[in-house]
Design a binder for this molecule. Structure first.
Ligand code: 6R9
Length: 659
């Protein structure tokens, strides 16, 4: 990207200083930036002191064979001991680890650290009984229930890397992951509750197992809904009920210590080609990264805070910021099974009020949905316990940031916009809640210990005020170690673009503003080129969302004979606008003018389509690829990773009514 990059984002001038009381007591202070930069390796060694090591490391970082890193070399530890046993051993066994809230109302339970430890030990014994040994992979396909966390920790306790597959993924997606990492055991449930009804899981596992050759030997099944198990029913030689195998197992289990570089889990994420990438995280470095960032970026005070991350456990955020980070820090967390509108659109706010949530972490897509539903809904609840709000997954538009801060955070709480990836394992770029004067829409700068930059095509840092590619310039403890079984693809995907500089290429476009703060501009493949001008999808989406009639917007670049690419926008209107019977043609004209005014005539969408929904992945990312198919009048491509695969039909039928 060049100076031609048009920018309405950098015109954003609002700044929010940290609340004085928070700043005075902040876990991480401004001097940490310098301290970490002076000796990064020593800084990380200090952070590693947050964990319990059975054997100390002899070398903090081995970067002799880049890009293959080893952290805390020679150190030994057990991740489940760090997340559970050591809190019980320190006399905090009665502390609540999770306030679990099921989707059906009144279906809730609170689990203490002592109870969690017993469950993890029982599950570790049961998995051993089912044949799981150190190094074996276990696939997990579960709803958001406590047993899911228990299974992950039991695997970690045994040194058996887990691979959690989101419960909404298809049987095919599950099968390809099972086969890729050769998981002999699958843990699942009969189903989970979503949108007020049981939603089956076990039939998809049966189908996936059938498609996986003879890889799967045992399937451990939690009874959650009691629903019918489908055509394949039950296979007595393979299927085992959790309540038979785990409930009767011993709660005594002696953990083994594993090498710091022992694999902890594999998490699959989609790449640019069809085959998903199995991101490998190892034990010591990952746990250091997730624990440090969870404590620092959320300013966690474990004694008093109640923390809630709304991510699904099948996503990396659910791993680092629902399980490993919070538990390593001895946090009390909320975990919620269902959707935000069950049984009513205020469910999340009701949960915050009930449990006195102080730290809240969610995604921009959720925030925009709540904006669409209207501010009167959260206004009915007491949200005064909140003292910090986090955002992750996509760039947060200034409008959504302001709404979040004002409506949910009473105009007082800091908002931490955290940039990171499955690959980075932990937050890399974010404001510090007690230090940073936040700018709506900017993730600001690399946190202490992390080194990031925005570079041009040649890998040279761009000057302030310019855009380019986001890179991480130094190794960090929670970095992915490789792609499961594919070192070459690992090198190729992340380390070949800026090989001579040795930078990690994140695949995101970004810009430094005049202060040198970083603004994320979306994936580099989301950058459009219209008549030779580079336009960012994020910036145009932001401009659209800043219009009072718009709830949500997605922009794609569609092939255009005249201009190379043309801007096509898909827009969801706010509920009150949809209801007033106005003419869409008028609104479209108004929005085109609005974008021209906000950014410039070049950014004016060629086409604006008013739609009822947008296609999103389960982690809330808009699938622009599918919208591009619509914009270019093509057959819509593969929809299997959509959270709701009927959305594309809805969009198509809606558009037939007139574009
Ligand atoms: C944690 C997670 C990673 C991609 C990343 C970027 C986008 C995430 C963001 C953000 C702007 C933020 N992304 N956080 N973009 N601002 N605060 O989302 O992991 O699912 O692997 O996605 O998400 O494009 O490259 P993952």
């Amino acid at each position: 990207m060049s100076e031609e990059t048009l920018s309405n984002l950098s015109r954003e001038e609002r700044r929010f200083a940290p609340p004085e009381a928070l700043a005075a007591e902040a876990n991480v202070t401004a001097d940490w930036y310098d301290k970490a930069a002076e000796d990064r390796v020593a800084f990380w060694a200090e952070q590693a002191g947050r964990l319990h090591w059975d054997q100390p490391w002899d070398r903090v970082l081995d970067w002799d064979d880049p890009p293959f890193a080893k952290w805390f070399v020679g150190g030994k530890l057990n991740a489940s001991v760090n997340c559970v046993d050591r809190h019980v051993d320190a006399g905090r066994g009665d502390k609540v680890a999770f306030h679990w809230v099921g989707e059906p109302e009144d279906d809730a339970r609170s689990i203490t650290y002592a109870e969690l430890k017993d469950e993890v030990c029982k599950a570790a014994n049961a998995l051993t009984e089912l044949g799981v040994r150190t190094g074996d992979r276990v696939a997990i396909y579960m709803p958001m229930i406590p047993e899911t966390v228990v299974t992950m920790l039991a695997c970690a306790r045994l040194g058996a890397p887990h691979t959690v597959v989101f419960g909404g993924f298809s049987a095919d997606a599950l099968a390809s992951r099972i086969v890729d990492c050769e998981a002999h055991v699958v843990v699942t449930a009969d189903g989970g509750y979503r949108r007020g009804a049981p939603s089956a899981l076990k039939p998809a596992v049966d189908e996936a197992v059938a498609k996986s050759g003879d890889v799967v030997r045992k399937v451990l099944v939690v009874r959650r809904t009691g629903q019918d198990l489908g055509d394949a029913g039950w296979d007595d030689t393979r299927d085992v009920w959790w309540h038979d195998a785990v409930d009767s197992a011993s709660a005594e289990h002696t953990p083994e210590s594993f090498d710091s570089e022992h694999p902890l889990y594999v998490m699959y994420t989609s790449g640019t080609t069809g085959k998903p990438k199995g991101i490998l995280h190892t034990t010591g470095g990952y746990l250091v990264g997730s624990a440090y960032t969870h404590w620092g970026i959320f300013d966690l005070k474990p004694e008093t805070d109640v923390y809630w991350c709304t991510a699904d456990i099948g996503w990396v955020t659910g791993h680092s910021y629902m399980v490993y980070g919070p538990l390593a820090n001895g946090t009390t967390s909320v975990m919620y099974e269902g959707t935000p509108d069950s049984p009513h659109k205020g469910r999340w706010w009701e949960i915050i009020e009930k449990y006195g949530v102080t730290l809240f972490y969610t995604a921009p897509t959720a925030i925009r949905t709540f904006m669409k539903w209207g501010s009167d809904i959260p206004a009915k609840f007491d949200l005064s316990s909140l003292r910090l709000l986090g955002s992750v997954g996509e760039p947060i538009n200034p409008e959504a940031y302001i709404w979040y801060r004002e409506t949910i955070g009473a105009g007082q709480t800091p908002v931490v916009d955290t940039w990171w990836q499955t690959e980075t394992g932990a937050i890399m770029i974010s404001p510090l809640p007690g230090v940073t004067h936040g700018k709506p829409g900017s993730a600001m700068k690399a946190i202490p210990g992390v080194a990031a930059d925005v570079v041009d095509d040649e890998g040279k840092p761009v000057p302030n005020g310019s855009g380019g590619f986001l890179v991480l310039t130094e190794p960090w403890p929670s970095m992915l170690r490789t792609l499961w079984g594919d070192d070459e693809r690992f090198k190729d995907t992340y380390w070949s673009r800026f090989r001579s500089q040795g930078y990690y290429f994140a695949g995101d476009g970004a810009k430094k503003d005049d202060d040198g703060d970083i603004w994320l501009l979306g994936r580099v493949d989301d950058v459009m080129n219209v008549s030779g001008h580079r336009l960012s999808t994020t910036e145009i989406e932001s401009a659209l969302v800043s219009h009072p009639k718009v709830a949500e917007a997605a922009v794609v670049g569609a092939a255009d004979e005249m201009t190379g690419q043309a801007v096509c926008a898909f827009v969801i209107l706010r509920d009150e606008v949809v209801g007033d019977g106005g003419d869409n043609a008028d609104i479209v004209a108004e929005l085109r003018t609005h974008v021209a005014k906000e950014i410039g005539a070049i950014a004016k969408p060629r086409q604006i389509m008013i739609v009822p929904e947008l296609p999103k992945t389960r982690s809330g990312k808009i699938m622009r690829r599918l919208l591009k198919d619509v914009a270019e009048d093509r057959q819509v491509g593969d929809v299997t990773t959509l959270a709701d695969s009927t959305v594309m039909d809805l969009i198509s039928s809606n558009l037939q009514g007139g574009k």
